[in-house]
Design a binder for this molecule. Structure first.
Ligand code: 13P
Ligand code: SF4
Length: 317
């Protein structure tokens, strides 16, 4: 079946089954185009929390679908490919993180949303790259803090807030592949362009950025800015929405230090790219694979996610 027919069938099934399709900016363009809502991790969690649909289909990675299930236990939550995990979430196994937390009983625990439900279950408050700074700053200055699992996002937040949070040593394999050398190459070729970078990148990469922020922040900045050229230092799926919202502007992807295909300038998350239109269609049709969680873990993981949503709403985020 061609993509157009497949997309029409997906929409027909979604409407017939009262299903909402949520997609992250890192999924392939055709998946973003068929979704009801496309957003960053915070916006996807906010959408899940307020949806009235009977079924949620998360076109993204597993922790995003888990977040939907944690917030909506009575709904059916589907994921087109359950193998779509996340290297960052996997760099922080729940039992090891729980032991780390036990070793620091005087610390409050902040976890990035890119974590398993088991890691969230031993967390005080969850953050995303859209609200991490504000949530960290909401703690008194003398409160000792643990931040996990992304050492790059954690160091970045330490550097802009002056905190000394204890960091878990995890990272995202996609963002770690960006190097200062490739950004300098792109800047030399496009001297007028601004550099937009995601805070999961390493510090030497972030030093070269004009704007550091979540995918939604980078997108909004690019659309509203007077500038017409942007070097985009995050997963290349975001270029689809950037180009859709600002077709007259130039968005330049940055090649990873060692591209998988020589000469290719895309840096794609192999997990996000497991979500295809074909799998989305099958998943809606069969209402499987479904995300299920043990109720005790779900309940414990719900508290820090709700804490994040409540604080974000208070802060107008
Ligand atoms: P945001 O959606 O918060 O920008 O995070 C990006 C990411 O890595 C999702 O996996
Ligand atoms: Fe995880 Fe990195 Fe892929 Fe985001 S880009 S889902 S952090 S592996």
């Amino acid at each position: 079946m061609n993509k157009k027919d497949l997309s029409s069938d997906i929409r027909r099934l979604a409407e017939a089954k009262r299903a909402v399709i949520l997609a992250h900016y890192y999924t392939e363009g055709a998946v973003q185009d068929v979704a009801d809502f496309v957003g960053d991790s915070l916006a996807l969690a906010q959408q899940a929390a307020k949806t009235e649909a009977d079924i949620i289909v998360m076109c993204g990675v597993h922790f995003m679908a888990e977040t939907c299930k944690i917030l909506c236990p009575a709904k059916k939550v589907l994921i087109p490919d359950p193998e779509a995990t996340c290297s960052l979430a996997e760099s922080c196994p729940g039992d090891s993180f729980a032991e780390f937390v036990r070793q620091h009983p005087d610390h409050k625990v902040i976890s990035y949303v890119n974590t398993s439900a088991a890691t969230k279950a031993v967390t005080d408050i969850v953050v995303t790259s859209s609200n991490a700074r504000q949530i960290v700053e909401s703690f008194p200055k003398d409160q000792a803090l643990i931040f996990g699992p992304d050492r790059n996002l954690g160091s970045y937040i330490n550097s802009i807030t002056g905190r000394e949070m204890l960091l878990w040593d995890g990272a995202c394999h996609v963002h770690e592949r960006f190097s200062p050398a490739k950004i300098l190459e792109a800047k030399a070729a496009h001297p007028q362009a601004l550099v937009l970078a995601h805070p999961e990148c390493k510090a030497p990469v972030l030093k070269l950025a004009d704007v550091v922020g979540s995918t939604a922040r980078l997108l909004n900045y690019a659309v509203q800015s007077e500038c017409r050229e942007f070097i985009v230092v995050t997963e290349s799926g975001i270029l689809h929405e950037m180009q859709r919202q600002a077709p007259e502007k130039l968005f330049i992807p940055v090649a990873p230090e060692a591209p998988e295909t020589p000469g290719c300038s895309c840096n794609e998350c192999n997990y996000m790219r497991l979500v295809t239109l074909e799998k989305l269609y099958r998943c809606l049709k069969d209402e499987a694979p479904e995300v299920v969680l043990p109720e005790d873990i779900r309940k414990k993981a719900e508290r820090p996610i709700r804490a994040m949503l409540e604080l974000s709403a208070k802060l107008g985020l």
